[in-house]
Ligand binder design. Structure first.
Ligand SMILES: NC(=O)c1ccc[n+]([C@@H]2O[C@H](COP(=O)([O-])OP(=O)(O)OC[C@H]3O[C@@H](n4cnc5c(N)ncnc54)[C@H](OP(=O)(O)O)[C@@H]3O)[C@@H](O)[C@H]2O)c1
Length: 248
């Protein structure tokens, strides 16, 4: 029989564990695998003080994000990002393997009808999660969103509940977070983020009022910072892509 020309590589035990971690999490917990992605400047800012963030990373980095959107089951963002950037959150490079559900965390149900995620909700499933109070009080706005194809879920008391619901109701195994520091920080505080993809664009803002990728912690000592483990470093055109894992 002729050889199949398949290259074989022996991995170390830690490498095997890293490779299998998303699968192991999926079969041993009720939670999906969660990847946070952001583009930052060399001094760690994701937007200027005027909320400008286009574009920190270059074409090659953005193309990679597009491809990844086509490989995950859900994309999670916050109303802050939808208001400032009006993202479409779809895969527009190559052929998507999956049609991710777009989930907007919007506690007060303020999502305007003219946002791109709303206008395209008929072609790309879109869900907004909102506090029970706003869910009840803003039933007219909820109906208007519903008429455009946007589903509305009552917000859970914590994000673990939301992730479990996405797993249960939409069969979501992996989630890409494309949010600002508010939502990413809230998920990190609950220990729900497994992985971070940090695209570093070759620029400094050097402005203390510019926005960082994660908010909401009070950290006095370096050793109290959230530990991360560097898995890989790649070059994407002018950018660096740093791939990290949280936890052990
Ligand atoms: N460079 C990049 O990769 C990138 C990517 C995305 C966004 N951005 C930038 O990030 C900025 C937006 O960031 P942002 O922090 O304002 O918005 P965000 O993270 O997109 O959304 C924040 C939303 O999450 C809610 N939230 C936060 N903690 C919560 C909790 N524990 N429970 C329930 N809801 C919670 C907030 O509600 P409350 O208001 O009630 O706290 C708020 O409605 C924009 O300037 C955008 O350009 C940059």
């Amino acid at each position: 029989m002729r050889g199949a020309d398949i290259a074989c590589e022996q991995l170390s035990l830690p490498e095997t564990r890293d490779l299998n971690a998303p699968f192991v999490k999926r079969v041993t917990t009720a939670l999906p695998w969660v990847i946070a992605k952001w583009a930052q400047t060399v001094d760690g800012r994701i937007a200027t003080r005027a909320h400008d963030s286009k574009w920190i990373s270059g074409d090659r980095s953005r193309a990679m994000v597009h491809r990844e959107r086509g490989r995950v089951d859900a994309i999670l963002t916050g109303i802050g990002t939808v208001m400032r950037d009006d993202p479409l959150l779809t895969c527009r490079v190559g052929t998507p393997r999956r049609n991710a559900v777009r989930v907007v965390v919007d506690p007060e149900l303020t999502l305007p009808l003219d946002r791109q995620v709303v206008r395209t909700a008929r072609e790309h499933r879109t869900v907004v999660t909102t506090l029970p109070k706003a869910f009840g009080e803003k039933s007219e706005h909820r109906r208007a969103l519903g008429d455009l194809g946007v589903g509305c879920m009552k917000q859970h008391s914590d994000f673990r509940g939301l992730l479990e619901a996405l797993r249960r109701e939409f069969d979501v195994s992996n989630v890409l977070i494309e949010a600002g520091g508010g939502l990413t920080g809230a998920l990190l505080r609950e220990g729900l983020i497994d992985e971070a993809w940090v695209f570093v664009g070759p620029r400094l803002l050097a402005d203390e009022e510019a926005f960082g990728p994660v908010r909401g912690f009070t950290t006095m000592r370096i050793e109290d910072g959230v530990p991360m483990r560097l898995l890989s470093v790649h070059r994407r055109g002018p950018d660096a892509l740093l791939h990290y894992r949280f936890g052990g």
